[in-house]
Design a binder for this molecule. Structure first.
Ligand code: ADP
Ligand code: ZN
Length: 627
């Protein structure tokens, strides 16, 4: 099997993402790797795929138990034999696993760095062929990073004790040059293949809020986001408790997480969030590393974090599945005081020499200053972040609040959904598309001779936009065409939907219509204008209250697929996203596969998943389309 076959057959993908292929090639050629890729960039496949193709068992060093469990579940679900050894297992369980490892039962074994010093583990590895050691969250080995974990220093010792040197591949999302060099040095990477892919996460929208009462703002931010799930980070345990308490009082489905809670409480709280039993997680920065949940729709920082590295890493937990997500930072001057207190207290019991402590502190304060600069930055927030990580950008991203001037856009996502869905309905019904005029007639519910003769009056989208002016709908249609969400056939004028329409129909991608002053006045009816924005919420024109209105059929199918995913996940005792992530479900709803071969073309469907799930999902699709 070659790397492309493995990518399709196991992971269900047809193309590599930026950086994946060269990293995989390097590893397969036995070269060490130092890879810096953003959260959600797809680091796991970079070592999981070579692990499949190489002889022996790959050891993955990962800082957190939850991360290991998650990855092992996901691997097992796609038919790759993987396991972990960690402290949640009894000694005899561990022995059994290690013996199975020696007998070649697994392709991948996950361990925490502490495990590397265990004689039993070392003995097992010495009797096994280990072609590759992958170090996840590799910045934890650097004292200069913000996440130093002394246990990571056990890695070089471990490598030294092996009879031969396996290929070592280090991965991290957040590393400045000095941290990256430190990782290479500490891990003893010999002329590694170095790759730093772009840090940009285009689907994340950045915002800083500096005004207003935090509790109220937070509530409205959460309410505006409907049933999306999100994380709220607070600086201290006390804050976590008070914020979570308030949200709960207001009826938000919330759980909390901080280091002061018992292990059991933390675990059950985390599981509630991961398994979609609660919607919002309020936590300190103790929560999140190793949380793979791909459908986090927003990350709100209730307090300013202490540095850009931490901020981007935490905020980056939003939108891993590639769908639009928000990263909102609520800043107040009091946050600076808290951050200073946290920096000072982190050195209280330090056994480093005074000089080192002073150096470290100085760096912390410099990082804090950068963070404050970010909060006050008037230009593009994304450009600020990227330049901090050494990446050039155009300085205008169009997807942060500073690049999206307030009243110059209106959110027409809902209207766009109506239009696109209606165009699709018409084509489905007639077998061919109709032109713009007919589309507008159907949307406005015009019962003219042609519409009635063609039976379009019975469509579920008939009359959906009866309150809109013709000219307004036409304006929306031309905007959708300009943005590539619909396509007007130059020959016969038929309205067609390209693949990109799916992102609006199934994925709630926001459609923003630029409006000029005089334009605003030309829309007479208030119904027509929808929610006219004002004050703070005016900055958030991206979201519409789409959920309150009738949903088109595609959305209903998507919801039905989601419900089935939840049912299957419950039966198998895994989080929903282990079965399929949202990107896969959206692709499925768009492609509507009716047999196994078609099912295999869905994003993220490999042979094992097709075998396991095709029949049930196809069943749901058939129910919706009477096929
Ligand atoms: P990271 O570890 O870098 O944060 P992950 O490895 O968890 O990122 O990958 C993030 C998401 O991207 C996962 O849902 C994964 O399945 C998906 N993904 C990874 N590689 C690809 C690819 N080549 N094509 C499509 N999706 C991919
Ligand atoms: Zn911007």
């Amino acid at each position: 099997m070659n790397k492309f076959e493995a990518l399709k057959q196991y992971f269900g993908y047809t193309a590599f993402r930026e950086g994946q292929e060269p990293v995989i090639d390097a590893i397969l050629n036995g070269r060490c790797v130092m890879a810096v890729m953003p959260t959600g960039g797809g680091k796991s496949i970079c070592y999981q795929l070579p692990a499949l193709l190489l002889d022996g068992v790959t050891v993955v060093i990962s800082p957190l138990i939850s991360l290991m469990q998650d990855q092992v579940m996901a691997l097992n679900d796609i038919g790759i034999s993987a396991t972990y050894v960690n402290s949640t297992q009894t000694c005899s369980e561990q022995r059994e696993i290690l013996s199975a490892v020696v007998h070649g039962k697994y392709k991948i074994v996950y361990v925490a760095p502490e495990r590397l010093s265990s004689p039993e583990f070392l003995d097992c590895i010495k009797r096994t062929r280990v072609p590759l050691v992958a170090v996840d969250e590799a910045h934890c080995i650097s004292q200069w990073g913000q996440d130093f974990r002394p246990s990571y220093l056990a890695i070089p010792e471990f490598l030294d004790q092996l009879y031969y040197r396996p290929t070592v591949a280090a991965f991290t999302a957040t590393a400045t040059d000095s941290v990256r060099l430190d990782i290479e040095k500490n891990l003893g990477l010999l002329s590694p293949f170095r790759i730093v892919t772009g840090f940009d996460r285009p689907n994340l929208c950045f915002e800083v809020i500096t005004q207003g009462s935090k509790p109220e703002t937070l509530l409205s931010l959460i309410a505006e986001r409907g049933d999306k799930c999100g994380i709220v980070y607070c600086a201290t345990r006390k804050k976590v408790e008070s914020v979570a308490g308030k949200l709960a009082e207001c009826g938000v489905s919330v759980s909390m997480y901080h280091a002061g809670m018992s292990d059991t409480d933390r675990k059950s709280s985390q599981d509630d969030f991961i398994y979609d039993r609660v919607q919002v997680m309020v936590a300190t920065n103790a929560f999140g590393m190793g949380i793979n949940k791909p459908n986090v729709g927003y990350v709100i920082h209730y307090n300013m974090p202490k540095c850009m590295e931490a901020y981007y890493q935490e905020a980056g937990r939003a939108g891993r599945d590639g769908s639009p997500a928000d990263c909102i930072l609520m800043y107040s001057a009091a946050d600076v005081k808290t951050a200073i207190m946290l920096i000072e207290s982190s050195y209280e019991n330090s056994n480093h020499p005074t000089e080192t402590v002073e150096n470290l502190k100085q760096m912390d304060y410099a990082r804090l200053q950068t963070m404050q600069n970010y909060c006050k930055h008037r230009g593009c927030l994304r450009a600020f972040i990227l330049s901090y990580f050494g990446q050039n950008s155009e300085g205008f991203c169009g997807n942060c609040t500073n690049c999206k001037p307030v009243d110059l856009y209106r959110d027409i996502t809902l209207e766009s959904k109506m239009i696109l869905s209606c165009a699709k309905r018409i084509k489905d019904k007639l077998g061919y598309p109709m032109g713009t005029q007919a589309l507008i007639h159907v949307l406005r519910g015009t019962r003219n001779e042609q519409i009635l003769r063609l039976g379009l009056g019975t469509l579920s989208t008939f009359g959906l936009m009866s309150k809109f002016k013709k000219s307004t709908i036409l304006e929306y249609i031309s905007h959708l065409e300009k943005e590539g969400y619909l396509f007007i056939d130059p020959d016969h004028g038929g309205v067609l939907l390209p693949q990109k329409a799916a992102s609006v129909l199934f994925y709630d991608e926001a459609v923003m219509l630029p409006i000029s002053e005089d334009h605003t006045h030309s829309h007479a009816s208030s119904q027509d204008l929808g929610k006219k924005s004002s004050g703070r919420s005016s900055r958030r024109t991206r979201k519409s209250n789409a959920d309150l209105r009738p949903v088109p059929l595609e959305n209903k199918l998507y919801e039905a697929l989601r419900a089935l995913r939840h049912e299957i996940a419950r039966e198998s005792g895994v989080p929903d996203y282990i079965i399929f992530n949202n990107a896969s479900l959206a692709d499925m709803a768009a492609k509507r596969p009716l047999n196994k071969t078609q099912f295999l073309t869905v994003l993220g469907v490999g042979s094992v998943k097709a075998e396991k799930y095709a029949d049930r999902f196809i069943g749901v699709i058939k129910k919706y389309y009477n096929a």
